[in-house]
Design a protein around this ligand. Structure first.
Ligand code: ADP
Ligand code: MG
Length: 419
């Protein structure tokens, strides 16, 4: 094996090492909530990797040093964005200058890394939304591009004589290295996401078990009360008291309905699958919540699509309950009053329910935690409403998305397949 390959493989180790630290850090994140440090840690690890690579380079004469620092540089910016680009670029140039002084290699580095910093920070803005395959392509192509820029700058601008065989070796190792590093980062992130989801699910299960037992405990006394009230109702002569008893029975029925409804998420599979007319359900929800809205100076506007195919398959009560929870949050987010909009749109093969408020909104992190049991920002909140809605909607094969801008608006979209 050529000497250069050996040297570059040592460099490759310096790229892998910080990735293992990253993995460790992600695991620690769950034990101590150190969310804020996340971006900083990533930049620091890239920097460590770059410095290690630069400390063990391979000299090819003419003041030129080769190493794989371009891999952590490019990948760091892809994941970290513009701020990371600035930090990494300035560190590379300063360190390069102090290690080997001002020579041809320094200028080549200035040109290559500045151009790459600009290109990569531009790409990084849509990088996070790409599929795994595209990410691999993009990162390795960028690394390849950077080696080409170095090559052209060195040979054309500075007239450096380079051994073609070595260059090809360098291209190959740099490209393979970037592929592997990207793949590893993606796997690490996937694992960490999975862990997070698992923890959420774990919490959910505890609550759902508790809820099932509570529902059981509450339903029994309700049934007993109702039985005795009904006995009294039948034996009662005075029409006035009879009316009171009738009302009490009706209210008890309502209470047990609420208990059943609210706690249905303990068994997420719909018990009753029927054709549900979205238009009707939304109207019912609006009717139920209008008094609350009026109390808070909130106006509810609806724009409902009445076309015939707005049926979905599911449980009517569950749909109502999940919509009520969402709309109620919207109303509560506007304590000073405002406008709440509910639209239904048929966009075959789905029907969309859109709920938009002009309330206080949520940060990205709050949106992320939405649906987690006991997550609430209210003094007297339960933090259960969203969890119930999410699991009910999911049990009816619906999909829910949330967008929000802090202090301005929140936009819930719920999509169901049309029956
Ligand atoms: P609760 O309403 O009891 O707090 P939820 O699960 O219904 O529990 O809601 C959780 C949290 O999500 C709320 O405390 C609130 O901070 C946030 N939230 C939900 N919907 C909205 C909304 N439309 N606007 C602003 N914040 C919201
Ligand atoms: Mg709520």
């Amino acid at each position: 094996m050529e000497l250069i390959t050996k040297d570059l493989l040592i460099n490759f180790l310096f790229i892998l090492l910080p990735l293992f630290l990253l993995q460790m850090f992600y695991s620690l994140k769950f034990v101590y909530s150190i969310d804020k440090l996340k971006d900083t840690i990533f930049t620091i690890l890239c920097l460590v990797s770059i410095i290690l690579c630069m400390l063990f380079p391979f000299s090819v004469g003419d003041g030129l040093f080769w190493d794989l620092r371009r891999i952590p540089f490019i990948i760091g910016i892809l994941y970290g964005g513009r701020k990371t680009a600035f930090i990494l670029l300035s560190s590379i140039l300063v360190i390069r200058f102090f290690l080997w002084g001002e020579n041809v290699g320094f200028y080549i580095a200035v040109i290559t890394f500045t151009i790459m910093a600009i290109i990569v920070s531009y790409v990084s803005s849509f990088y996070s939304k790409m599929s795994l395959g595209n990410k691999l392509w993009v990162s390795s192509l960028l690394v390849l591009l950077s080696t080409q820029i170095t090559f052209v700058t060195a040979t054309v601008i500075f007239n450096v004589n380079l051994n073609a065989e070595m260059w090809i070796e360098f291209f190959a190792i740099a490209t393979v290295g970037s592929l592997l590093a990207t793949l590893l980062i993606e796997v690490i992130r996937m694992n960490s996401d999975l862990l997070e989801k698992l923890m959420k699910a774990e919490k959910l299960e505890v609550v759902s078990h508790l809820a099932a037992s509570i529902s059981h405990e509450v339903r029994n006394p309700l049934t007993t009360c109702k039985g005795f009230l009904q006995l009294s109702y039948e034996g009662e002569k005075s029409p006035e008291i009879k009316q009171y008893l009738g009302t009490a029975i009706k209210e008890l029925d309502r209470a047990s309905d609420i208990v059943n409804d609210y706690l249905t998420f303990a068994k997420p599979a719909p018990e009753k699958v029927e054709k549900v007319f979205i238009f009707e359900e939304v109207q019912r929800v609006v009717k139920v919540l209008t008094p609350l809205a009026n109390m808070q100076d909130v106006q509810i506007f609806t724009n409902l699509d009445e076309s015939d195919n707005t049926f979905i398959l599911g449980d009517r009560r569950k749909l109502e309950q999940s919509l009520i929870n969402i709309v109620k949050n919207g109303i509560e987010s506007m304590p000073e009053g405002g406008k709440l909009e509910i639209n239904t749109v048929v966009d075959y093969p789905v029907v969309r329910i859109e709920i938009r408020d002009e309330g206080k909104g949520m940060t990205q992190q709050q949106i992320h935690r939405l649906g987690e049991p006991y997550f609430t920002m209210k003094d007297h909140g339960t933090g259960l409403g969203m969890m119930v809605s999410f699991s009910l909607i999911k049990s009816m094969h619906g999909q829910i998305t949330v967008q929000s801008e802090v202090g301005k608006w929140t936009f819930f979209t719920i999509e169901f397949p049309v029956a």
